[in-house]
Write a protein that binds this ligand. Structure first.
Ligand SMILES: [Zn+2]
Length: 106
């Protein structure tokens, strides 16, 4: 017996059509595994419904903002060093090319 369709119907948030609902009820009556899944899912769903929202720890927004600022500053420093390194590399190449032009003339 293929239980996949019934499991999807059990775990779905979408309302079932009447024929689907009847087919599911009939299957749950005959299938121990899907019936156990339905009971477990109902318990989990009830737990979600009855448990309250957990508030973040005090100062969460400030810590998050500080961390974001630090990440942005680190990214800017990394980009600055990359640009400096690229400029030094280009200057070195230009120096070598200039030296190659000057030294053969001497
Ligand atoms: Zn089943």
């Amino acid at each position: 017996m293929d239980h996949r369709q019934y499991e999807e119907w059990l775990l779905s948030d979408e309302p079932l059509k009447s024929d689907q609902s009847q087919s599911l009820k009939k299957h749950l009556y005959n299938c121990e595994a899907c019936s156990a899944l339905e009971i477990a899912w109902r318990q989990v769903s009830d737990s979600f419904d009855t448990s309250g929202m957990v508030a973040p720890a005090p100062g969460f927004v400030n810590r998050w903002q500080d961390r974001l600022d630090a990440d942005i500053a680190r990214r800017h420093r990394r980009q600055s060093w990359l640009i400096i390194g690229l400029n030094v590399f280009i200057a070195a190449i230009l120096f070598v090319l200039l030296a190659a032009q000057i030294f053969p003339a001497l």
